[in-house]
Design a protein around this ligand. Structure first.
Ligand code: HEM
Length: 418
């Protein structure tokens, strides 16, 4: 046992999580090995709990004694968490992600009413067109050595273009939006830059709301504005802008990571890639297996018990933060079998938690599945001989304990299918 895994005062083992996410799966395996309930150490000497078993986390997120509201974090209320704490931007926010009960239902309702399964299905032809255009352009992005960064030129723009179209973001605002959304997920920026970015992105989205208020289109921003007009108490103007920001930021980095992680998994498991050849029906299974095996959100902060609770015989005190370790539970052998560590697209899928569960389950899961399935199916149909352009272990992880992916994905496309 290393110093980082020494028992804490409460007798529960503690693991210091790497803020740069250099080894999500190694860390996830250590967490599972330390037990069902573990203390995790975060930057700034802040400690939290992590519940590392699928069934326990599943119960926890459904437990009515669990809050997502940061006002219920004891240390925050006692003024012990400074405003420049590096993870503050992920925690001290006010939107549906950090709301409970009736307030949460109010904030979520307008989006779930307008962002229906039908509307997602309507995005299919547009998504196919976006994907086809990006695939056409891929060879033009090849370096001198013939490699193309698939993250930059494919996985990144697919969800960005889909979501910008969905929300009716005008073309001239898109470059600035792209830059601002990127900064939201960086963990290496100063508090000043983070603050300035927050203001810039709110201003940008307020401009979009103003424009769509005057010129309605067939987009979700227009639909939300109309829904708000029909039910003015449902959402304030500021909350509407905040909702757009949550959807844009939650819907981009995650979906891009799903595409990157799936391509990486398939190119390093040729036997699995072979199972998809000529089998269109396999693509949803590739998406689900990637979500389970390489969860795009490796860890997600926080939930807070509103009274002392017991999990696996361990008391988690009222007001302590609990992290959801989606990487760790995705490979929990109790849920996914003794071969949970293998990437196997033909496995009998047990339910995974990569989209969360319960009242806060991901609102964009149907869209993410649609985008992932189309992007992967069309990519491998167009470039059937594609191979990885780098040694697998040398790819740089995204420097984040939350986002689980790599910063570049060099590939050699090979000859396009005719
Ligand atoms: C592969 C892609 C995605 C993954 C892995 C993912 C994962 C998740 C997870 C794990 C949560 C719950 C976090 C928790 O409470 O512990 C969540 C919530 C959420 N997701 Fe996603 N997501 C994805 C794509 C999207 C997309 C495309 C959108 C929108 C267009 C979206 C919008 C949201 C929103 C609004 C919430 C908050 C729901 C609430 O608190 O009520 N997500 N997502």
């Amino acid at each position: 046992m290393t110093a980082e895994q020494a028992p804490s005062t409460s007798g529960v083992p503690t693991l210091a999580l790497d803020p740069y996410g250099r080894d999500h799966q190694g860390e996830a395996a250590t967490l599972r090995g330390l037990g069902p309930v573990v203390r995790v150490q975060l930057p700034g000497d802040v400690e939290a709990w992590s519940v590392t078993r699928h069934d326990l986390l599943n119960q926890l997120v459904m437990d009515p004694r669990i809050s997502k509201d940061w006002h219920n974090w004891g240390a925050m209320e006692r003024g012990e968490i400074p405003d420049d704490w590096p993870l503050i931007g992920m925690v001290k926010v006010t939107n549906m992600v950090t709301a409970d009960g009736a307030e949460h239902r109010r904030l979520r309702k307008l989006v779930s009413q307008t962002f229906t399964a039908r509307r997602v299905e309507d995005l299919r032809p547009g998504t196919e067109e976006i994907v086809a255009n990006l695939l056409d352009a891929l060879p033009s992005h090849a370096d001198q050595d013939g490699t193309v960064d698939l993250r930059k030129h494919f996985a990144y723009p697919v969800p960005m273009q889909v979501i910008s179209d969905l929300f009716g973001i005008p073309d001239h605002e898109r470059p600035e939006l792209r830059e601002a959304v990127d900064k939201i997920f960086r963990s290496d920026l100063s508090p000043e830059v983070v603050g300035a970015n927050q203001i810039a992105v709110y201003q940008l989205l307020a401009r979009v709301v103003e424009l769509r208020g005057k010129e309605r289109g067939d987009d979700l921003t227009s639909a939300l504005i109309s829904a708000r007009e029909a039910e003015p108490d449902a959402l304030t103007q500021e909350e509407l802008v905040g909702t757009l920001l949550v959807m844009l930021s939650a819907g981009h980095e995650t979906t891009l990571s799903l595409i990157v992680n799936a391509v990486r998994a398939l190119l390093t498991h040729p036997d699995q890639l072979a199972l998809t050849r000529g089998e269109e029906d396999m693509w949803p299974a590739v998406v689900e297996e990637t979500l389970r095996w390489e969860a795009p959100i490796g860890n997600f902060p926080f939930r807070y018990p509103t009274e002392d609770i017991e999990v696996a015989g361990i008391t988690i005190p009222k007001g302590d933060p609990i992290m959801a370790p989606y990487s760790a539970v995705g490979r929990d052998a109790q849920q996914h079998g003794p071969d949970a560590g293998s990437f196997d697209i033909a496995r009998e899928q047990a339910r995974h938690l990569a989209f969360g569960h319960g009242a806060h389950a991901c609102l964009g899961a149907p869209l993410a599945r649609l985008e992932g399935t189309i992007a992967l199916r069309e990519l491998f149909a167009r470039y059937p001989d594609m191979i990885l352009g780098a040694v697998p272990g040398t790819l740089e992880p995204v420097p984040s304990m939350f986002s689980n992916s790599v910063t570049t994905l060099p590939v050699r496309l090979g000859r396009p299918a005719s």
